[in-house]
Design a protein around this ligand. Sequence first.
Ligand code: ADP
Length: 496
Amino acid sequence: MLKPLNVLFVSSEVDPFAKTGGLADVSGALPQTLKELGVEVRIMMPKYGAIDEGKFRLHEVIRLRDIKIPIGDRVEKGGIRSSFIVGQRAKVQVYFYTHDGFFGSRSGLYVDPATKKDYPDNDERFIFYCRGILETLKRLGWQPDIIHCNDWQTGLIPVYLKTFYKNDPFFKDVKTVFTVHNIAYQGSFPAPSFKKTGLPQELFSPKGVEFFGHLNFLKSGLVFADIITTVSERYAVEIRTHEEFGAGMSGVLQKRKNDLFGIINGIDYNVWSPAVDTLIPFRYEPATVNNKVENKKALLKKLNLEFNDSTPVIGIISRLADQKGFDLIGEVADELMKRDLQIVVLGTGEKKYHDLFESLKKKFPSKVGVYLGFSNELAHLIEAGSDMFLMPSRYEPCGLNQLYSLKYGTVPIVRATGGLDDTIEDVEPKSGKGTGFKFEEYKAPALLGAIDRALKAWRDQTLWRRIVKEGMSRDFSWESSAKKYLGLYRKLGKKS
Ligand code: ADP
């Protein structure tokens, strides 16, 4: 019998507590699956102001109070509250790292809702977080075999382990995995931020945590973690071999080629399945997929659009960021609106895209429905009520909504990049086999071409139903991906 592994899963957002994107979905679901596989996994995240302590039954851990963390010349104190994620089959302990000034008094995660800009002290907030986690573990006396770090917010943990805690017997056998969910977000701060980390000066160099004169949290993770993973096989190759995809880090990744792995994200079918979804009015499964149309009616009603059985609804749920390809939609919008279709958009982000969708709504009020904000409930209804789902991303590390769409019988139209390319099978014109519609070139006509192919297939409802059922039959549950992580954890254990 193998000894059970202790894994600390560190993230800056975890569903259902705090979420801005896919990282939260992964951080909520993967640990539960690992637990089912016998891993003793615990989660650590910041306690943001928006996390409801009553609802989630957070309680203070008295012995983990007043953990002192130096930030530059001053010392800040953190503490811990604790709760659980109670899933269908597993219960996972979650530690919330507390600090009133940095987290508790703020409702935003990284961006100040008042200014719509990053908090100016994000460097200090996440230096405090990274160091605080290690100090907390010591105080707690719980020794993980693996610390699984996620994205830039956790990027200093590996370097701290390899400097300050190098000779600390408590951390002697601890290994780190660093997962990149999106390499474009790097946590890059001007040089003076480096001093606040307390790290030895020689690390502020190209071999260390410096990147073009800045302190770069993500680079620290890439250089100092024992293993690096990212969220699809194709993205793992893209970021290592293309400067543009790698957002400057291809060279760093090339050096770590043998330690870089792509593992596709799974999805949590206890949360995202139309058969059990409590947030949609009409549940369905492949045999009862005809019920889907009732959700379509509910969705259109909610967005004040008229229902027409033969008009397909294209759904979009997204952070409104350049990455997601909405400039292409802007380019083809007028042409697109000549087609018999309706579009529903749920998103929040950059102002230019808010303006784009607002103006489309104004220009085509009977064809476009828009909700510019964050709504988990509406996200579920859009998945259940749309006929097609559009993700024209410039790049996409994994993408989750195309996977949710498959399960909901909502046919994805995607650009062939990253995880979108790995998970969607293009419908073959002759055989009609496949699960969605893909386009290669990041150009507006290519996007339009894919939408037109989808519309053509829609008009042949026998073919359409086959594509829908094909997609619904695909299995992207977490188990096989979680087993791959477990394999890496074990591999690291053997290296020691
Ligand atoms: P990313 O992590 O780049 O944002 P993913 O496709 O991996 O993209 O994950 C996005 C997740 O965030 C999905 O669960 C999606 O439903 C959710 N989401 C994005 N924007 C919104 C929004 N405005 N309201 C509700 N959920 C959203």
